[in-house]
Structures are given as structure tokens and as C-alpha cells.
Design a protein around this ligand. Structure first.
Ligand code: HEC
Ligand code: HEC
Length: 198
């Protein structure tokens, strides 16, 4: 299928193109400083990085680079949503690295619940669509690719629809092409699979 071929082609360039912008000189990320800097964030994302407001993403155990890149996207207004653009407008790159280190150090969210049949369908679509080649075998995320295991189901569904429509731009185009082929039913099943993944 053409989808699969184009995805295979993009898998190779994804990590390469990101590595070009991945390493500006900076101090080592400081998780303790990040904890202090993320006090205001707890109102929605929770003290432990487990969201306390429906539809808000959990940040616990996210790869640090993923949090960093998403915060940059919000600050540069390339990604909009939840008022995040305004909330991070004054954060420096170092603040964002520190905050990423803090959330990465927290224990992962516990798996949500979903119907077993939907989970099974979602697992199959995930294999066919190579979701795990980027998001990791257990959907735990890696490098700049977000963790989606145990993530809020409402949040995942909204993001997949936004990535599919282009309302949420993605940094290297790979996720947009992965999402474009998905039907609403595919998204429903994938969300069940990911949100219920331990
Ligand atoms: C008023 C509630 C609220 C506050 C306060 C808040 N956030 Fe958010 N955050 C959200 C919502 C809602 C989203 C999802 C936005 C979307 O739909 O794209 C989000 C998304 C994010 C994401 C993207 C996660 C991902 O996996 O893509 C990160 C990272 C993040 N917030 C970090 C922070 C940080 C750091 C702070 C504090 C400086 C903060 N947030 C404060 C509500 C909030
Ligand atoms: C080629 C690598 C790649 C593939 C394949 C891929 N993703 Fe992604 N995914 C990414 C990257 C990179 C991002 C971050 C996009 C951005 O914000 O720029 C992402 C973001 C996401 C997000 C938003 C999560 C968040 O917290 O912001 C969801 C949900 C997601 N992917 C689900 C999936 C699903 C489901 C599949 C399979 C249908 C899939 N992805 C396939 C690389 C990939």
C-alpha cells in the first residue's frame, strides 16, 4: 500500500532531520529547577504530571526532548491549544529543558480502561500503520516522539484529529502523514489501544 511505503520512506529521515535542530549549546537540564519552574503547570497537569483536568495531557514519563519540542512549538505559536501558547510565552529554552527533565523523572500514568475488542483492533491498526516504530514498542515514546501509552483518551483523539486535518502542524511532517490515512473508527480504536497501554 502507498501509505505504508511513504511511511517507510519517512521513518528514515525523521530522526535525521530532527537531529539537525536538536543540539543548541546549553547547560545540562536540571530536573529540580524544572520542578520549581512548573509550579503553575500543576493546576492542570497535576503535581505528579498526571492531569487533574479532563482533556489535559499527562506529562509524567514523557521523553524530555518531546516536552521540550512541544513547548518550543507552543512558544513559537506553531502549535495552539488549551491556552498553552500564552502560558509558555516567556519561558527560555533552558526553562523548557529543565521542565522536560522534571516531567521525564516522574512515574508513568497508570493505564486507562477500554473495551478489549477495541484494544485488539487498535493494536492491529497500530502494527499496520507502524505507530510503534516511532512511538516505541510499548508506546512509551523516545527522543522527540511523545509517549502515548496511558495518555488521556480525549486528548489523544483530539490530537489525532488535529494532526490529520493539519490544525496541529507537526515538526517534521511524519506524524501528519501517519494520521492522514486514519478514519474516525481507526482513531477510536487506536485511542483505546494507546490509552489502555500500561
Ligand atoms: C489551564 C490549564 C493548563 C496549564 C496551567 C498548563 N497547561 Fe499545558 N496543556 C494544557 C492543555 C489543554 C494542553 C493540550 C493542548 C492541545 O490541545 O494541543 C496542554 C499541552 C501541554 C503540552 C503538550 C504535551 C504533549 O504531549 O504534546 C506540554 C508539554 C505542556 N502542556 C506543558 C505545560 C507546562 C510546562 C505548563 C506550565 C508552564 C503548562 N503546560 C501549563 C493545559 C494547561
Ligand atoms: C514516522 C514516525 C511516526 C509514526 C509512524 C507515528 N508517529 Fe505519532 N508522532 C510522531 C512525532 C514526531 C510526533 C510529534 C509531532 C509534533 O508535534 O511535531 C507524534 C505525535 C503523535 C501524537 C500526539 C501526542 C502528543 O502528546 O502530543 C499522537 C496521539 C500520535 N503521534 C499517535 C500516533 C499513532 C496512533 C500512530 C500510528 C497510526 C503514529 N503516531 C505514528 C512520530 C510518529
Amino acid at each position: 500500500m502507498t501509505l505504508h511505503r511513504s511511511l517507510e520512506a519517512t521513518l528514515g529521515v525523521a530522526f535525521f532531520s530532527l537531529s539537525l535542530i536538536a543540539s543548541p549549546a546549553s547547560a545540562a537540564p536540571d530536573a529540580a529547577a524544572g520542578k520549581a519552574k512548573s509550579q503553575i503547570c500543576s493546576a492542570c497537569h497535576g503535581e505528579a504530571g498526571i492531569a487533574v483536568v479532563p482533556g489535559v495531557p499527562h506529562l509524567a514519563a514523557q521523553p524530555p526532548l518531546s516536552v521540550f519540542y512541544q513547548l518550543v512549538q507552543f512558544r513559537e505559536q506553531r502549535r495552539l491549544g488549551g491556552g498553552m501558547e500564552a502560558l509558555v510565552a516567556t519561558l527560555s529554552d533552558q526553562d523548557m529543558r529543565d521542565i522536560g527533565a522534571h516531567y521525564a523523572s516522574l512515574p508513568a500514568p497508570s493505564a486507562g480502561q477500554a473495551l478489549a475488542e477495541k484494544i485488539a483492533v487498535g493494536a492491529q491498526i497500530s502494527r499496520q500503520s507502524f505507530c510503534q516504530s516511532c512511538h516505541g514498542e510499548n508506546l512509551q515514546g523516545q527522543k522527540h516522539v511523545p509517549r502515548i501509552a496511558g495518555q488521556s483518551a480525549d486528548y489523544l483523539a483530539l490530537q489525532l484529529k488535529n494532526l490529520r486535518s493539519g490544525a496541529r502542524a507537526d515538526m517534521d511532517g511524519t506524524m501528519g502523514s501517519a494520521a492522514r490515512a486514519l478514519s474516525d473508527a481507526d482513531i477510536d480504536a487506536l485511542v483505546a489501544f494507546a490509552s489502555a497501554k500500561p
